[in-house]
Design a protein around this ligand. Structure first.
Ligand SMILES: *[C@@H]1O[C@H](CO)[C@@H](O)[C@H](O)[C@H]1NC(C)=O
Ligand SMILES: *[C@@H]1O[C@H](CO)[C@@H](O)[C@H](O)[C@H]1NC(C)=O
Ligand SMILES: *[C@@H]1O[C@H](CO)[C@@H](O)[C@H](O)[C@H]1NC(C)=O
Ligand SMILES: *[C@@H]1O[C@H](CO)[C@@H](O)[C@H](O)[C@H]1NC(C)=O
Ligand SMILES: *[C@@H]1O[C@H](CO)[C@@H](O)[C@H](O)[C@H]1NC(C)=O
Ligand SMILES: *[C@@H]1O[C@H](CO)[C@@H](O)[C@H](O)[C@H]1NC(C)=O
Ligand SMILES: *[C@@H]1O[C@H](CO)[C@@H](O)[C@H](O)[C@H]1NC(C)=O
Ligand SMILES: *[C@@H]1O[C@H](CO)[C@@H](O)[C@H](O)[C@H]1NC(C)=O
Ligand SMILES: *[C@@H]1O[C@H](CO)[C@@H](O)[C@H](O)[C@H]1NC(C)=O
Ligand SMILES: *[C@@H]1O[C@H](CO)[C@@H](O)[C@H](O)[C@H]1NC(C)=O
Length: 878
């Protein structure tokens, strides 16, 4: 058993970490990932990181070998209070750094908020709101003592509409996701916690992401699936938003469970050393997703900087790093500079967001229990003491609740309105559907919200947070109705056909039908949905419910809470369905935010951040849900290239029901006067030159005597299953390692330059030595400024979201791609100007030959309009 486990951890080293064409002949025809070594070391002059680098250097220079190892390795699953914690450095007064989910709040927190999902906020097309939401979520983490907030998400980006975790991210459009992730990161880090852009990369489905999850479901695989992507698609689609994250200064990146081109993402040198740290010039640190690390030295030289949660498998007490990392430096396999660089990157991110070693906020909550007292070391069940101070982090005077209400309302998309909305003191409201009311189990009744009951305000999995309260649509409607003198009755049971029919058949009825569709993370199966959705229809007979109500009631208003598009095909066009709203996953203020929109206190302006197709096949790309490579890694071919979501519909000329970027208002707008200003910029020059040599901060300053690395008996108690940087025996390094393959494994397969420390060439598309991370700075040169006039032609004030699309004109290009947007407030009768810049990057294709961005010669057309298919204004770029 033990041997088998070890073997399956070894195989990936041989065949993929180092990108050897494997000895396993049957794999020869599979996609492979090119090697990229050595691992880039931090650059002291990287713009925005200079001060953080200095502070980190000052700190790291004083550390011993085990202290550095402590920074890089988690103490094990449920080792302490946070979902992940590394070792502390008591001698330097550094307490353990705390990594905590989630992208929409503090997972497992009490007295903390449940924010709207990333996908929901993407619909706002409102950069300021994205930043303010990030700031508030960041502040809550900071208030609980968290160091690194595990979010925001750009992987999955949403390759397929049914991907289980799409709602944690933003949008299948990379430009929109890039803006959203960047503004969120700025917000989070302004609040003084490190953000973590995840999951890097091509983590586009839940099926087969982990062996341990797949086997019990009858899929006997020995490796995680491989997302096979070509270089152009990688750059133009999946990597795009991560470049924006890096440019926004993100402190950490989480590598994902899946393989990319048959090399695990956490040991894929091309992804980590090549794309992320060299081409994008990322200066922060890479941490593994929980159990996504599969090797020791191989992952270290491929660019991984932090092992999470530190153990090989949850609670195994063993680690690829910890003791093994200490030994790997002692036996000379891993160069000291690589360990120094890991420590530098971690500490630089820490200092960059304003943490101070002697004033770290105390971790004042516990992930594993809400009790006040309990074991500090949960896995070991040791260290009983106070572990939760129940600190309320929701801002002064319920500030965050107000922000959540505002953001959910501003993110609600009005898809159809035949004069039914806004409601004006309606006589009689019939509220229909279990999605309108509470769950009988309570809002947090299922672990990580792994069930679907009552109104849907969050998906399921690790990307969730406890609700401090959940205002249901019915709660808020009742209060509004009472104020207005409206009669209101609700039937929450979707199967109560008799009662529903009786209610909505009443002559003056306005029926509000609430429906939903849920999904989440792969470790939880809800109703046969193993993370990913098994279909695109509504849950709990929602479509039948709508059809039934609308066959009787000529004023049926549908409100959808969902994790992405659903198939509205059968009923959206019924004349009796007088309005349709998509409210996403609104979070704790669900009820008040939908009432704000239904009654027109907030004039809707949000736009759907994905396409609503007539049928599932219209989307092209599909989830792989059956094995296709025997017991080897399932092969997920991204053969659709950049053509996902609207780019696919446009290319194939498939008419969607609601196109990407579509959304209505209670007022009307007119577009006019498109104008293009060409800006004077120089020619693009690829970056040239070399890095400095790899620095070390106290070179060779460590003993090679194993006795100096023994667990310091007597200084502090040994916690069982805890991961330490120490050795257990002085008998031999091999015995201390407890690795049966010690001395004969990873390093045998290390390419010669994997441990080189000499100056390395800079990437042509990457930043120069004193540039900002993200890429060659000239990619952000503004080539054109586009402007247009927007007039509010109705009688209500409202926001409008003008969108800028570009047609690149090449034979392989999507018909149009989003390249700009704004959300503008316009008074009735008022005309405002929309302005958007087109950068060099915005107009470039990735050229695989020169490994750089190139503006091709094809004539480019720009469009400004209210959606991806209402391209009202048009102009040509010269
Ligand atoms: C490593 O971290 C553990 C857990 O926080 C701590 O007990 C130990 O003293 C640390 N070791 C060193 C060398 O700092
Ligand atoms: C650690 O904290 C103690 C007590 O506050 C202080 O005396 C000492 O100088 C600090 N050490 C470092 C390395 O900051
Ligand atoms: C699963 O795969 C392993 C390794 O290939 C094989 O030994 C085992 O028999 C398989 N188990 C089942 C249930 O098919
Ligand atoms: C070192 O890593 C190997 C796997 O590479 C593992 O089997 C062993 O248990 C690890 N040692 C320790 C002390 O965690
Ligand atoms: C789709 O999945 C949902 C959730 O599991 C289920 O309620 C529904 O019945 C399914 N739809 C169809 C058409 O099978
Ligand atoms: C619309 O509702 C009316 C009742 O108000 C009903 O008679 C009619 O059949 C419905 N129409 C459709 C298309 O369902
Ligand atoms: C619905 O039907 C009623 C009675 O037949 C009629 O008074 C009302 O105007 C209709 N409403 C709509 C929105 O068509
Ligand atoms: C190391 O030794 C301690 C006892 O000192 C023991 O409890 C622990 O299991 C050992 N750890 C490993 C990884 O063998
Ligand atoms: C060095 O130590 C690492 C970590 O235990 C081990 O994987 C590797 O095989 C060792 N190499 C040599 C040459 O001893
Ligand atoms: C466009 O770019 C110019 C110059 O870089 C900058 O000053 C301006 O703020 C940008 N405008 C917009 C709308 O981003």
């Amino acid at each position: 058993m033990k041997l088998r486990t070890t073997l399956c951890f070894l195989l990936p080293i041989v065949k993929s970490a180092l990108s050897y064409k494997t000895q396993l002949h049957q794999r020869d025809d599979l996609a492979s990932s090119p090697p990229y070594y050595p691992s880039p070391w931090m650059n002291p002059k990287a713009l925005g990181w200079e001060e953080a680098y200095k502070q980190a250097k000052d700190f790291v220079s004083q550390l011993t070998l085990p202290e550095k190892v402590n920074l890089t390795t988690g103490t094990g699953w449920q080792g302490e209070q946070c979902v992940g914690q590394v070792g502390s450095i008591p001698r330097m007064n550094l307490s353990a750094l705390c990594m905590q989910d989630s992208p929409l709040g503090v997972r497992f927190g009490d007295y903390s908020s449940a924010f709207s999902s990333g996908q929901t906020i993407a619909a706002s097309f409102d950069r300021d709101l994205m930043r303010r939401r990030g700031e508030a979520i960041g502040a809550e983490h900071r208030g609980k003592g968290v160091t690194v907030m595990l979010g925001p998400v750009a992987g999955p980006i949403g390759r397929t509409p049914d991907g289980g975790r799409n709602w944690e991210g933003f949008s299948p459009d990379p430009w929109l996701t890039g803006e959203a992730i960047a503004h969120t990161i700025v917000g989070v880090q302004n609040a003084g916690v490190v953000a973590c852009a995840k999951h890097y990369i091509a983590n586009e489905q839940e099926h087969f992401r982990q062996v341990g999850e797949s086997q019990p479901r009858g899929y006997n695989i020995t490796e995680s699936m491989s997302s096979n992507i070509d270089d152009k698609t990688m750059h133009e689609l999946y990597l795009w938003p991560f470049a924006d994250a890096v440019r926004a200064g993100v402190g950490s990146v989480m590598c994902s469970y899946n393989q990319v081109n048959n090399s695990y993402a956490c040991q894929n040198s091309k992804l980590l050393n090549g794309l992320l740290k060299s081409e994008l010039g990322f200066q922060g640190f890479v941490m593994s997703d929980w159990q996504a690390q599969h090797t020791g030295v191989a992952s270290a030289v491929a660019g991984l900087d932090m092992s999470m949660p530190g153990d090989t498998e949850f609670s195994s007490g063993k680690s690829f790093w910890g003791t093994n990392l200490t030994l790997a430096v002692l036996n000379g396999t891993l160069p000291e500079y690589r360990l120094d660089d890991m420590a530098m990157r971690i500490m630089a991110a820490f200092f960059k967001v304003g943490f101070k070693v002697n004033e770290q906020p105390k971790i004042n909550f516990d992930s594993w229990t809400l009790d006040t007292f309990g074991p500090l070391y949960y896995s070991a069940n040791e260290g009983h003491q106070q572990i939760n101070w129940h600190v309320d982090v929701r801002g002064e005077n319920g500030e965050h609740g107000k922000l959540i209400r505002e953001s959910a309302a501003k993110s609600t998309v009005l898809l159809k309105n035949e004069g039914a909305l806004p409601l004006k003191k309606p006589k009689f409201l019939a509220v229909i559907g279990e999605d309108a009311g509470p769950s009988g189990w309570g809002p947090n009744g299922c672990d990580d919200r792994g069930c679907n009951a009552g109104t849907l305000a969050m998906g399921w999995g690790s990307g969730t947070a406890n609700f401090p309260y959940l205002i249901t649509p019915l709660d808020a409607l009742n209060f509004r109705a009472a104020d207005d003198g409206t009669r209101v009755e609700a039937v929450l049971n979707n199967s109560a056909t008799t009662q529903i029919e009786k209610l909505v058949a009443q002559e003056s009825a306005t029926a509000l039908v609430f429906v939903n569709a849920n999904s989440g993370e792969g470790y939880i199966d809800v109703d046969g949905n193993e993370g990913d959705r098994k279909n695109l229809t509504l849950w709990a007979n929602g479509d039948e419910l709508i059809k039934n109500v609308s066959s009787i009631c000529n004023n049926t208003i549908v409100i959808i809470h969902s994790v992405g598009p659903t198939l509205v095909t059968d009923w959206y066009n019924s004349p009796n369905v007088t309005a349709i709203l998509w409210a996403g996953l609104p979070g704790e203020e669900s009820g008040r935010s939908i009432v704000d929109v239904l009654y027109g206190d907030v004039n809707p302006a949000a736009r759907t951040p994905f396409t609503w197709g007539g049928k599932q096949e219209d989307y092209g790309a599909e989830i792989l849900s059956e094995l296709n490579n025997g017991e080897g890694a399932p092969q997920l071919e991204f053969s659709e290239g950049v053509f996902i979501d609207y780019r696919y519909f446009d290319k194939k000329n498939i008419t969607p029901i609601y196109e990407f970027g579509f959304g209505l208002s209670y007022t009307t707008f007119e577009y006019s006067d498109i104008a293009i200003e060409k800006q004077e910029v120089g020619n693009y020059t690829p970056t040239t030159g070399e890095t400095a040599e790899a620095p070390t901060f106290n070179p060779g300053n460590f003993s090679t005597d194993l006795a100096d690395y023994l667990f310091p008996n007597g200084s502090f108690p040994y916690i069982s299953r805890y991961i330490y940087p120490y050795v257990n025996t002085t008998a031999s390094a091999a015995e201390a390692s407890q690795d049966p393959f010690y001395g004969s494994t990873a390093e045998e397969f290390l390419p010669s330059n994997a441990i080189a420390s000499s100056p390395q060439p800079l990437e042509p598309a990457g930043p120069g030595l004193s540039d900002e991370p993200g890429g060659n700075p000239q990619l952000w040169d503004v080539l054109y400024t586009v402007s247009a006039k927007i007039t509010n032609t109705g009688d209500l004030k409202g926001d409008e979201v003008p969108q800028l699309y570009v047609s690149f004109g090449g034979p392989d290009d999507p018909p149009v791609v989003l390249r700009g947007f704004d959300r503008l407030a316009v008074e009735p009768g008022q005309t405002v100007e929309f302005r958007a810049n087109l950068t060099r990057r915005d107009l470039s294709n990735w050229d695989t030959e020169s490994q750089n961005w190139v503006v091709r010669d094809h004539v480019k057309t720009v469009y400004v309009g209210p959606s991806s298919r209402k391209l009202t204004l048009k102009a040509t770029l010269d």
